[in-house]
Design a protein around this ligand. Structure first.
Ligand code: C2O
Ligand code: CU
Length: 461
């Protein structure tokens, strides 16, 4: 009886999930299907709640965050993008391995999409997982005004869970009338931690609660879409298991200190079993910044437990088709990230609007001379040196790399990532196969750092 009920509920959930996915996804991967239209435009959203005026934002399709773009692994994404913003823009699909011409980097891979213009993004999706999309032009302002959305690629055989949900974490710098403070690109932010906001939203709203059912198993996809804020989420009273980083499966494990740390642009997929007591609330606390801990929201339990999948064996995701770097004949390079306040700032930095350097040079142009040229197919080990007193989430386009070591110590999971968070003064070794031809951005994803020198191009030819 119970198990039959359990099954039919799960079937219902699966169907509901399927419908949700169908509503978001274009008509499959058929080459004949019309592309999905995605329009960026100004809008107003009540992000702080009804007690405050709504906020003027920039949005995809009028929603904050943008619509969830959802596909199946192996399908083809086709998005006809229309720019109805006051400024030129591009769309970058973060973390997805795609052809260079579809990477959405102005000057480097495509001309800016002018106001009123369209651009069709079209590429295959080789990897399953949790990804996201955002502008790559004027990004401190454009992302800071609200332009970001999740891109989900479902596995051929997704793990069985009771619910699959996305939390897009964003932070905003708002005044008392809930208006965006438009001091984008100021040197103070740029030369320190970046634009850290004063209001954190989950899926576009400040939230008190997230409703859960005792006994259910949740797959929670976390996306950090913030300009600069780093999160360390502590699910009080719960033991989340990480099953993927930046979209790619990892051996399921409890995160260090039971806190899920996400630098800007990073993602984590969690299995979260709702083992709390019916009718109770459990806070999810973000305590990354010392003395600035706050409650993100409460998990609010329904009164009646149901038979769910909590406590079942942990799912193992099938690996994505990534080429493993051959370390024995990899070429090795060192890349040093420098600058910032309290460090060695480049001379006359603030006058030139630069604050950060890559290998000693502040680079601010997307189409700068490459700092590295790598033969196609080569295995590469990069030693990343954070020679500053600030953390930096370093992102490589077009590829996914393994994190081999931190400060000379082998990592436990050799996890695949597209963005690695370097702590102040930390060194990390990453390795990948340079199998995707073109010029690829390699930059800090604190958007204010990127814009003031901490970016570079790596060319694969
Ligand atoms: Cu999220 Cu250069 O990108
Ligand atoms: Cu940085």
């Amino acid at each position: 009886m119970t198990s039959a009920r359990g099954r039919s509920r799960r079937d219902f959930l699966r169907t509901a999930l399927g419908l949700g996915a169908a509503a978001f996804a274009p008509v499959g991967g058929s080459a004949f299907a019309a592309p999905r239209v995605l329009r960026a435009h100004a809008a107003q959203r009540a992000i702080v709640g009804a007690a405050y005026p709504s906020t003027d934002v920039w949005s995809y399709d009028g929603s904050i965050p943008g619509p969830v773009l959802r596909y199946r692994q192996g399908e083809r994404l086709r998005v006809e993008f229309e720019n109805a913003l006051p400024d030129p823009t591009t769309v970058h699909f973060h973390g997805i391995r795609l052809p260079n011409a579809m990477d959405g980097v102005p000057q480097l891979t495509q001309p800016p999409i002018e106001r009123g213009a369209r651009f069709v993004y079209e590429f295959d999706l080789p990897d399953a997982g949790t990804y996201w999309y955002h502008p790559h032009l004027g990004s401190p302002e454009q992302v800071g005004r609200g332009l970001s959305g999740a891109l989900i690629v479902d596995e051929a055989d997704p793990p069985r869970v009771d619910r699959d949900r996305v939390w897009v974490l964003s932070d905003w710098r708002l005044d008392r009338e809930a208006r965006i403070v438009a001091n984008f690109g100021n040197f103070m932010d740029a030369s320190h931690a970046g634009r850290i906001g004063n209001t954190v939203t989950v899926n576009g709203e400040v939230r008190e609660t997230f409703d859960v059912v005792p006994g259910e198993r949740l797959r929670l996809r976390l996306v950090n879409a913030s300009n600069a804020r780093i999160y360390a989420l502590d699910f009080r009273g719960h033991a989340p298991m990480v099953i993927a980083y930046d979209g790619h499966p990892v051996e399921p494990h409890r995160p260090e200190g039971d806190r899920v740390v996400l630098g800007p642009a990073m993602r984590a997929d969690l299995i979260l079993d709702m083992t709390g007591e019916p009718g109770k609330r459990y806070p999810v606390v973000d305590d990354f910044y010392a003395r600035m801990a706050y409650r993100l929201l409460d998990l609010r339990y329904a009164d009646a437990p149901r038979r769910g999948r909590a406590g079942e064996a942990l799912p193992k995701l099938a690996p994505n088709p990534l080429a493993d770097p051959v370390l024995a004949d990899a070429e090795r390079h060192q890349i040093v990230f420098g600058g910032g306040m309290m460090g060695r700032m480049p001379r006359f930095a603030s006058a030139r609007g630069v604050a950060w350097t890559v290998n000693g040079e502040p680079i601010t142009a997307h189409d700068a001379e490459p700092i590295l040229e790598i033969g196609r197919g080569r295995s590469v080990v990069l030693e990343l040196v954070n020679d500053t007193l600030w953390p930096h989430p370093i992102h490589l386009h077009g590829h996914v790399f393994r994190v081999l070591s931190r400060d000379g110590k082998a990592t436990r999971h050799r996890e695949w990532r597209d963005t690695v968070l370097l702590a102040p003064r930390e060194r990390a070794e990453i390795a990948f196969v340079a199998d995707n031809p073109g010029g690829w951005m390699f930059h800090c994803h604190v958007l204010e750092h990127q814009a003031t020198g901490m970016m570079a191009v790596i060319r694969v030819a």
